[in-house]
Design a protein around this ligand. Structure first.
Ligand code: MLT
Length: 223
């Protein structure tokens, strides 16, 4: 069965889960690992991130879209092109919170940047739950759209209602220009206000990377 949760909730089963936060946490995680980071460790708070110390550690993330004081990097995936060998500690408003709610032994991170790599990996799994991170407790259009793309590409008949709705959304949108579609979302509008328009264009690239982050021992590594 393929399921899509429009908002994160506590999950404690061992089935396969995929977390999606297109703007921008999972796009950042995918980019950092694709560019050679050793791992990305999501943490809950700015204080917790700052407490983590180490030679190759970069403290990264955002609050209200902006890099907190004292952090090495923000949450723009485009800041993660030069992270080879680095250990990334990441805290974000919604994405890392969603991750902390999923206690599945098989958790992957996805976005448009690694759409088909994700789909290839999920093909052999009977039960998959795609978890949209949302934004501050509300459904995020771009996450449901990406979840729908995953469901569409998986091409399965055993879909929950959530999966059917997401798939339908993607079917209607899939021939349109993705960056224009993403720009319409509420979160994109906020990012544009903070001068992150180019992040929306970046996150709208389909299959830029052929890797899928896998969560193991509190951190994402390449699956
Ligand atoms: C989040 O996790 O809330 C987002 O990634 C926020 C952002 O766009 O930086």
């Amino acid at each position: 069965m393929i399921d899509v949760l429009f908002l994160p909730k506590h999950i404690s089963h061992g089935k396969v889960c995929v977390v999606v936060d297109v703007l921008r946490a999972t796009s950042t995680i995918v980019t950092a690992l694709a560019k050679g980071a050793k791992y990305v460790m999501p943490v809950a708070s700015v204080a917790q991130a700052k407490r983590t110390k180490g030679k190759d550690i970069l403290i990264c993330g955002e609050r209200n879209g902006i890099k907190p004081k004292g952090f090495h990097l923000g949450n723009s995936p485009q800041e993660y092109f030069d992270v080879k060998g680095k250990e990334i500690v990441l805290t974000t408003t919604n994405g890392t919170k969603a991750i902390s709610m999923i206690h599945s032994q098989n958790l992957y991170a996805s976005c448009f940047l690694n759409l088909h790599a994700t789909v290839d990996l999920l093909k052999d799994h009977e039960h998959v739950t795609v978890v949209c991170s949302g934004q501050e407790g509300k459904v995020a259009y771009e996450d449901v759209l990406c979840a729908g793309a995953i469901v569409y590409e998986l091409d399965r008949k055993d879909l929950t209602d959530g999966a059917k709705i997401a798939k339908q959304l993607w079917k209607q949108a899939k021939n349109m220009e993705l960056s224009a579609l993403l720009s319409e979302s509420q979160h994109a509008q906020e990012l544009i206000e903070h001068n992150f328009l180019s992040d929306i264009e970046f996150c709208a690239q389909l299959d830029l990377y052929n890797i899928v982050p896998f969560f193991s021992q509190n951190r994402f590594v390449i699956a």
